[in-house]
Design a protein around this ligand. Structure first.
Ligand code: PLP
Length: 387
């Protein structure tokens, strides 16, 4: 897909950061451009994906869901990766890059804890120090993931300011990075943030789409549609990357519609603004204050979105739809009961949209990115009486 200027997707993206971080971002961009052309780096990344992450993941024909939904549903099984979600692909990629840059210290932020666990695992394997910022409220809500990070050798720093959630954790991680630019790499977990992050994270996640495209050729030359949930947008951009150059494949991103009153549907109800270093669609009020979000899925509960998705929305290359908490929970239960797979509640949004699409256009062959497994969601869903 063409971009109009380096670090831009149309008008979106860019680098809206304090001057002190500019040199770091330029060095990171140069290191990434160098690494992606270096056969030794690529071989180490591929080997890590094969032996540590557990790739390739299967493309699974969900026969009973297909029967009930009225089409052919294929699930790309990112739930089967090490640590249980697609986030590990990017975490190992950036950890290898940080090592190449000579950085010994990694900072990351996490909401539900999935990105923190993936980062802690990648750092343990490479012997890198790992500090994970997490909202104090999220620490309470996601205790098992806090324990996993600690076991994997990470220092978890609860953030007590303001909303005590992901937003303050990101602010703290950025503050740490500004204070320690030479020793530290900030390992961002989605296709968000200033250039080069959106591009770099997409390239580390494109393995999902490259595998899926090759795997699907055993069924047909191409699927009719590819569907993925969108929080920051990394699992979606990863699977879209394998299909974006084929105009015959429709791309659908699925945002969290929440409970209807409060959502996290940035591309559906936001407008362009700057958050966390990039210009992209943003949930904001008339004065430009960032709005509070709600989703049953912690991983989708973010007021921003990756800039390339904003570009795809405006150009029409991808369509962005909304699925409510209720619809996602129904799809979660159907995937459990019909396929013997417990999907992440985030991924269940994508399954729910597949159901709606096939109800309107029966017989389509669709690939749904099953971005993660749902074991992490069970305590929370049970406590709220939702399953
Ligand atoms: C974090 C997460 C997401 C949302 O992040 P993206 O960057 O939009 O992919 C989706 N699914 C799972 C399982 C996650 O852990």
């Amino acid at each position: 897909m063409t971009t109009t200027a380096p670090g831009r997707f149309g008008v979106y993206g860019g680098r809206y950061v304090p001057e002190t971080l500019m040199a770091n971002l330029i060095a990171l961009e140069a290191a990434f451009e160098d690494a992606r052309r270096d056969a030794a780096f690529l071989a180490e990344f591929q080997s890590t994906l094969a032996h540590f992450v557990g790739r390739p993941t299967p493309l699974y024909h969900a026969q009973r869901l297909s029967q009930v939904y009225g089409g052919q549903v294929y699930l790309k099984r990112e739930d089967l990766t090490h640590t249980g979600a697609h986030k590990i692909n990017n975490a190992v990629g950036q950890a290898l890059l940080a090592k190449r840059l000579g950085k010994r210290r990694i900072v990351a932020e996490t909401g539900a804890g999935q990105h923190g666990v993936a980062t802690a695992a990648a750092c343990a394997r490479l012997g890198l120090e790992c500090i994970v910022y997490m909202g104090a409220l999220d620490c309470e809500r996601q205790r098992p993931n806090v324990e996993r990070m600690r076991l994997l050798g990470a220092t978890v720093k609860p953030c007590d300011a303001g909303s005590r959630n992901l937003k303050v954790a990101i602010n703290e991680a950025i503050r740490d990075w500004i204070a320690n630019p030479d020793s530290t790499h900030y390992l961002i977990g989605s296709v968000v943030g200033p250039h080069p992050y959106p591009l770099m994270v997409r390239e580390f996640q494109r393995v999902i789409g490259d595998e899926a495209r090759a795997q699907f050729t055993r069924v047909a030359p191409r699927p009719d549609a590819v569907i993925a949930c969108v929080g920051g947008g990394s699992n979606a951009m990863g699977i879209f990357a394998g299909f974006v150059d084929d105009p015959q494949v429709e791309l659908f991103g699925v945002e969290a519609g929440g409970d209807g009153a409060t959502t996290a549907a940035t591309l559906n109800t936001g407008r362009p603004g700057v958050l966390h270093g990039a210009l992209s669609y943003l949930l904001q009020d008339a004065e430009g204050q960032v709005l509070n979000t709600h989703s049953v899925a912690a991983g989708l509960d973010y007021p921003g979105v990756g800039p390339e998705h904003s570009f795809f929305k405006d150009t029409g290359r991808a369509r962005y739809e909304t699925v409510s908490d209720t619809e996602a929970l129904a799809a979660f239960k159907e995937t459990c009961a019909l396929e013997g797979i417990i999907p992440a509640i985030e991924s269940s949004h994508a399954v729910a949209f597949a159901r709606r699409l096939l109800a309107n256009r029966p017989g389509l062959r669709v690939i749904v990115n099953l971005s993660g497994r749902g074991d992490k969601d069970l305590p929370g869903l049970l406590a709220k009486g939702l399953v």
